[in-house]
Ligand binder design. Structure first.
Ligand code: PGA
Length: 248
């Protein structure tokens, strides 16, 4: 079952998704979750940090898995997903370090690292939160990805490499590959949240929700999931007909 929830402004969107997350964590303090990076989750993470500071939510018993990671760039590059998640969230909350699981593309045997990562999840995750790329990718599962794909090394679509300049900075080396949670692990999760904001995401949000399900738009493969939520602000929802929306 897919739920699409629209919020009037980016501020409402970020506040309400952060509040939902805090409520989720309060209900399930030992939740195991995969979290995304990039521009989209940052205002949501700010709200979550406030909730933790206010004592409304705590990561003390949670397990956090990094959704994906760029390969072939310096381990300390500021655009690495690990660096972004730390800056936006983990440096400011009470998650014990041993409860944070990273993907390490510099591993000598990347396939073995990915298999160990999947094994460390100890079964389906409770929550996977995802951004969405303009080509419909989720994590680094680019167009053409099979729903059976597992955590693995992937080549990035050229547009994804180009778009990563906003994380790494002008003139910096950009990644052409990465490692990502597979669609199999994402689809196995109990709950999936997809977050999108801004009019740059309006076309892909519409296509993912209304065009036929297709591996060419990997996010559309999540429509068959039993508990999948799209949280969108008004700009990202601007090409959706009113019938598919509930108001946040
Ligand atoms: P963004 O990236 O949040 O920086 O827009 C989303 C994505 O490409 O998955």
């Amino acid at each position: 079952m897919i739920h699409v929830v629209r919020y009037e402004s980016p501020q409402h969107w970020a506040e309400h998704v952060a509040a939902r997350f805090a409520a989720f964590l309060a209900d399930e303090p030992a939740a195991r979750m995969a979290l995304p990076t990039g521009a989209t989750p940052e205002p949501i993470y700010s709200g979550i940090v406030e909730s933790v500071r206010a004592g409304i939510a705590s990561f003390r018993r949670a397990q956090v898995f990094l959704l994906d990671e760029f390969g072939g760039v310096a381990p300390d590059a500021k655009g690495r997903c690990d660096a972004m998640l730390r800056r936006a969230l983990l440096d400011h909350v009470d998650l014990p370090p041993e409860r944070y699981h990273r993907l390490t593309p510099e591993a000598e045997d990347v396939a073995a690292m990915c298999a160990a990562y999947d094994a460390s999840m100890q079964g389906p995750l409770d929550l996977v939160m995802l951004g969405i790329g303009r080509n419909g990718h989720v994590g680094m599962n680019e167009p053409g990805t099979s729903p059976e794909s597992v955590t693995r090394r992937v080549e990035l679509a050229p547009g994804t490499t180009q778009a990563s300049v906003r994380y790494f900075g002008e003139g910096q080396p950009l990644p052409t590959w990465g490692v990502t949670l597979g669609l199999r692990e994402i689809l196995a999760a109990r709950t999936i949240w997809i977050i999108a904001s801004g009019d740059g995401k309006a076309d892909i949000v519409r296509d993912v929700l209304l065009e036929p399900v297709s591996a060419q738009r990997p996010a559309s493969l999540l429509r068959g999931h039993a508990n999948c939520w799209f949280f969108v602000d008004a700009a990202a929802a601007s090409r959706l007909p009113a019938g598919v929306l509930s108001r946040g």
